[in-house]
Design a binder for this molecule. Sequence first.
Ligand code: TGC
Ligand code: FAD
Length: 391
Amino acid sequence: MEVTTRPTDYYALEELLTEEERLTRDMVRQFVEREVLPHIGEWWMRGEFPRHLVPRMAELGMLGANLPQEYGCAGIGNVAYGLIMQELEYGDSGLRSFVSVQSALVMYPIYAYGSEEQKRTWLPKLSRGEVIGCFGLTETSAGSDPASLQTRARRTRDGWILNGTKMWITNGSMADLAVIWAKDEEGEIRGFLVETSWPGFSAHEIKNKVSMRASDTSELVLEDVHVPEEYVLPKAVGLKTALGCLTQARYGIAWGAVGAAIACYEEARNYALGRIAFGKPIASFQIIQERLVDMLTEITKGQLLVYHLGRLKDSGRMTYAQVSLAKRNNVRMALNIARAARSILGAYGITVEYHAIRHMCNLETVDTYEGTYDIHTLILGRDITGISAFS
Ligand code: TGC
Ligand code: FAD
């Protein structure tokens, strides 16, 4: 397999990876180099998610990759899973988002909170990419505070009736299956599987974005949608279960952000070596060197964070506050690096011929979704002081 070696492995982390982890990473790296990078700027400008890549990503085992083989998934470890996210986001945050949502926010809740029959029905189809999923938690007035969501679930003789509107939902217009979080008549939050073809369900794509342009972001409207009893996730009861899915997705995002940061750093370094100003490569100027050094230092710290977090996750010791620390740090780190890389590229840096500005715009979303930077600060603040700033 021909893959590019990266100059960003400054602490020889390669040595810590198993053979399986290296092979997984290299396979995704090759896919991104060949099938994503040559076209991503164009897709992003057109505001188009590259849907034709879904069967390829499925074939390469990327969907629900860390879930068990008995449900048709690859059954790989969490470091290998993280490396998939890193390599995908090296290409574009929208691509990583697609895989994050399918894997951590749709397949994971079915795996963790579904019945055996639901797992056997849905997981193999989701893993093969035959069914695309989305996750509806956020609403127009309930983003950082999902406990205040307004979507209602009313019990009927043979199931439930759902009413409400979900906002900013990744994959929303493409999805065949939606995981919807709604409050029952007692005010308890529950998770439901909803087929998007059912009467009363509609999705409306949000088109006026300057971030995540190669990703489908939609509003979901549920008007008296009838959900049969066998579509209720039996163990998805309480906000905690919804938050448990977010932990899985945030874990992947913390890895993905490292990929976006590496892409920006490499581009800025290469450009600085070739760009002449005042008769010399700009890489010879001390200010540019300092910026590159700061970038590489932050990337190296971010790599070490997620690597060890992955080992903690594999051994069942990872806490959700540790995930908050990695998501908060790595995404803000990548955003700062994308901005710095864009500035090194000068005027050329404002075009999509280069990758930095696309990553920069995407990372504004990544810094906001799955818990904003501020929310993760407060999750950590609560964890280390024992005092909640939320209530
Ligand atoms: P709080 O009291 O903190 O929590 C209720 C119970 O849940 C536990 N818990 C968690 N468990 C697992 N994982 C987590 N991440 C958890 N966070 C909290 C908590 O220990 C408690 O358990 P127990 O046993 O004591 O009952 O509830 P709160 O209402 O005060 O909420 C706190 C807060 C602000 C941290 C939470 O609401 C939050 O995380 N808000 C951010 C919302 C968010 O991140 N939304 C993301 C929507 S999905 C999305 O953006 C997808 S983007 C697409 C992509 O991923 O690519
Ligand atoms: P708000 O909660 O209104 O926050 C606004 C500002 O106030 C932020 O700066 C925030 O940090 C700050 N703030 C809020 N509360 C506090 C506090 N207590 N202390 C200090 N500051 C605070 N959601 C889904 O359910 N599924 C998806 O698939 C999904 N995909 C998304 C895709 C995109 C492209 C985007 C942009 C969002 C997506 N989201 C999704 C929604 C995302 O999770 C929310 O946008 C996010 O949780 C923040 O909520 P909000 O936008 O309502 O901001």
